[in-house]
Write a protein that binds this ligand. Structure first.
Ligand SMILES: N[C@@H](CCC(=O)N[C@@H](CS)C(=O)NCC(=O)O)C(=O)O
Length: 209
């Protein structure tokens, strides 16, 4: 098994934090997307979607979605459980993951990729080029604020994002909140529950991954 990875970008960090929580190390290769290494034929033949993380299994199959990688690793290494212990917990984790992906990660990506000059003509990842749309950049910023508020409301009633246990929902939410920092969007004063949670999960050793 081999993980195509890079320190810095958010999606691979989701997998690295998950691995750290499981106490796992994988064989890794860096794909430096700042230097456009995702376009090199050696990598594009492995992942034609041109994104990291990518996990190549011993069978040759390549997983190109961080959540698919996390779920696969959970099946292989169930302890500690990070997707919930019961059907209800697992359903809540999945529910939260979807919210984090759509309302959090995608909102920040929308802002970043439609406003930062480095992403000119690269408003979406992948093999096809897309022009930036300024209005989408602005909408992304607005949506980040709502994401913070919605997470704060969840965390007003529970210690962690999917209940009273630390799960993969905390991993991916932490990465989305930190990713918002790329647009200089910090946790606002009116989100004390989010701040309390962020301090707590950031203090876990895995957060350094
Ligand atoms: N849905 C994918 C997203 C992967 C993704 O967008 N990765 C970014 C780094 S965070 C990337 O590879 N970008 C390449 C590019 O910008 O061309 C996942 O969850 O893993």
């Amino acid at each position: 098994m081999k993980l195509y990875d890079m320190a810095g970008p958010p999606s691979p960090r989701r997998v690295r934090i998950f691995l750290a929580e499981k106490g796992l190390e994988l064989d890794r290769e860096e794909i430096n997307i700042r230097e456009k290494a995702q376009f090199n034929p050696e990598f594009s033949s492995i992942n034609p979607r041109l994104t990291i993380p990518a996990l190549q299994l011993d069978s040759g199959v390549v997983l190109t979605e961080s959540e698919a990688i996390q779920r696969y690793l959970e099946e292989l290494y169930p302890d500690p459980p990070l997707f919930g212990d019961t059907p209800e917990e697992r359903a809540i984790v999945t529910n939260r993951l979807r919210m984090i992906e759509v309302d959090g990660y995608m909102a920040v990506a929308e802002a970043v990729r439609n406003s930062i000059p480095n992403f000119e003509n690269r408003a979406l990842t992948g093999p096809r080029n897309f022009a930036q749309i300024e209005e989408l950049g602005k909408r992304g910023i607005e949506r980040i604020g709502y994401f913070f508020e919605d997470l704060d409301a969840i965390l007003a009633n529970s210690q962690y994002v999917a209940g009273d246990k630390y799960t993969v929902a905390d991993v991916n939410a932490l990465v989305a909140v930190d990713f918002a920092g790329m647009m200089k969007q910090a946790i606002p004063e009116n989100c004390p529950n989010l701040k309390r949670w962020h301090d707590e999960v950031s203090a876990r050793p895995s957060a350094k991954a």
